[in-house]
Design a protein around this ligand. Structure first.
Ligand code: ATP
Length: 548
């Protein structure tokens, strides 16, 4: 029996590609496998039985095969070891006896886990001590079923295991896609500055880092770099959790980050796991960290240093293992010098610091980024844009891009969506060819649909906004006297992206409210933090100097 372990593979399964792969490899006794892509890819309805009791093993095998499972049956650990570890077979579910002729099932589970075998593991045992059960649970086994088997209970456990395996498969697939998508190469650009960013990302991907600070203007790719750091680094199999500190009201940020216990504050109904806890084993990306309240900064510092924290209203210390990636488009060193940001936190998070270059400082990157964006939007829209005419590229390359790659992305998206042939049309760019400095107001868009108001505008958005702004101006005495037309037209024909709409709304609302931030906050029904963040995001700070 010990020699011909491959006889265990059932004939029904041998016809399948996955089994052929294993079968072929099995006959190359002792040779290391090259690839088990098929076995790994087709494992959703696969079950491995490790059971030396012949009658029970055969009965289980027949039962699962009748239900369409692909089944392997190994009477000894040695056989299972070959399948799982040497041949890289990863079944969805393992049904294993505890006491096998050549060893203990628990020891084998431990060995398999060390080789990254993630199958749902169910033990079958005539007897199991409390210690065994605890060890099985620690090793991530799903259940412990007593012999003689209750088949109804077995079916229920298999159903649970299947759901667990499917969920794990979905996570694995998503992670695999993200790992492919967010490699250092996805930070595009042949410029030296972009190459330096990629080199740094490659280096950082090889070492365990606890914290890193990414700087750079809005739209330069800080979010992209955070994902690359996670998905090309040592923690890629852990969670990636992100939080924009400017988008959450200050009084909610603490509980969002650290979680809370039931009744910790009015409205805290149940226990809430914060983002810190959710990021355990992975990366926590804190965007716009400069917007965090100074009091909360101190709690964050302690939690990073101690890798532990308490939920709001909680006593228990919760330990976590987190890599912190922080980003800000403010100069945090200067903010620390002014006392607006904690210096000790700045030092802690800037162990590694990356400053992303503005797009206008790396003109040679524009063409390849445009090419990449065109192929992305071609694929999405079914358009076939193949070339960018010289005059169009000249405009793209001479513009100042205050919103950096994000702004370029929006411009290309709009142009591809409205293209009618193989050339990228120039009429929808909506940008001035003259270089702009950051914060300079981008000229109004030109062309149909770019903010042109028609007398017969039936867009529900137009009317809704017109009504809102009228109400707002009714509340604000100054705004009511504003010469600014209290309505805005937003074409819904794809010519204006959602972000551009948002920018237009904010511009208009600021103008209507005499460039008063609090009045605009009330008119838009938002928070000061959110509005301030968006003003910076769209480079509208200069507008605040104006008077109504
Ligand atoms: N070098 C690059 N190559 C390809 N795409 C890029 C590059 N830099 C940025 N992008 C893309 O530009 C868009 C904006 O980038 P991202 O959101 O990461 O900017 P950000 O610096 O985080 O902006 P903000 O400060 O406003 O949050 C994203 O779609 C991102 O994938």
């Amino acid at each position: 029996m010990g020699q011909g372990w491959d006889y265990q593979l059932p004939t029904t399964w041998c016809a399948a590609t996955a089994a052929k792969c294993i079968w072929a490899k099995a006959n190359l006794a002792g040779q290391k496998q090259q690839s088990f892509c098929h076995a790994r890819a087709n494992n959703m309805k696969t079950i491995a039985i490790i059971e030396d009791e012949k009658l029970l093993g055969n009965e289980l095998k027949r039962r699962f095969e009748r239900e369409g499972w692909r089944v392997t049956h190994s009477p000894r650990i040695e056989d299972a070891r070959r399948l799982f570890i040497e041949l890289g077979f990863a079944p969805a579910i393992v049904l294993s006896d505890m006491n096998l002729p050549d060893g203990n099932g628990l020891d084998f589970l431990e060995e398999a886990r060390a080789h990254n075998v993630q199958s749902e593991w169910i033990f079958l045992s005539g007897y199991g001590t409390r210690k065994d059960i605890e060890r099985a649970a620690d090793l991530g086994a799903l259940d412990f079923l007593a012999k003689p088997l209750d088949f109804h209970k077995l079916d229920l456990t298999i159903a649970t295991a299947t759901r667990g395996a499917q969920a794990r498969q979905r996570i694995d697939d998503t992670t695999r896609q993200a790992v492919e998508r967010f490699s250092p190469e996805s930070f595009i650009g042949p410029s030296d500055a972009a190459a330096q960013v990629r080199n740094m990302l490659v280096q950082l991907g090889k070492v365990p880092i606890t914290s890193i600070l990414i700087g750079g203007e809005t739209g330069t790719g800080k979010g992209l770099v955070a994902k690359i750091l996670h998905y090309s680094g040592l923690r890629k199999d852990g969670p990636f959790i992100d939080l924009n500190c400017a988008a959450i009201p200050k009084d909610m940020l603490e509980s969002e980050l650290f979680g809370h216990e039931s009744g910790a504050f009015t409205g805290a109904k149940g226990r809430h796991r914060g983002l810190m806890e959710q990021a355990d084993g992975g990366t926590l990306f804190l965007d716009e960290i400069g917007e965090m309240d100074i009091g909360l900064q101190s709690k964050l510092l302690t939690s990073i240093e101690e890798q532990s924290f308490r939920r709001v209203g909680g006593e228990e210390k919760i330990s976590v293992d987190i890599q912190l990636v922080a980003a800000s488009n403010r100069d945090l060193r200067a903010a620390s010098a002014r006392g607006d940001f904690r210096l000790d936190l700045y030092h802690r998070i800037s162990v590694f610091e990356m400053a992303l270059p503005a797009l206008r400082d790396r003109n040679e990157d524009i063409a390849p980024i445009v090419a990449n964006l065109i192929s992305e939007f071609n694929a999405r829209s079914g358009k076939q844009v193949q070339t960018v005419p010289e005059p169009v590229m000249a405009i793209l390359q001479s513009y100042g891009w205050p919103g950096n790659v994000r702004e370029l992305r929006n411009v290309i998206e709009r142009s591809v969506m409205l293209a009618n042939g193989p050339e990228l049309p120039g009429e929808w760019l909506g940008i001035s060819p003259s270089p702009l400095t950051p914060g300079t107001q981008v000229p109004a868009m030109t062309g149909a649909g770019a903010g042109a108001t028609t007398s017969e505008d039936t867009s529900p958005i137009t009317h809704a906004l017109a009504n809102d702004t009228k109400t707002a101006s009714g509340q604000m005495g100054d705004a009511a006297r504003s010469p600014v037309e209290p309505a805005i037209t937003l074409p819904l024909d794809g010519s204006v992206s959602l972000e551009e709409m948002e920018e237009k709304i904010i511009r208009k609302a600021l103008a209507l409210n005499g460039y008063n931030v609090m009045a605009t906050v009330r008119a838009l029904g938002t928070t000061r933090e959110t509005l301030r963040y968006r003003i910076r995001k769209y480079g509208l700070e200069d507008l605040l100097g104006q008077t109504g």
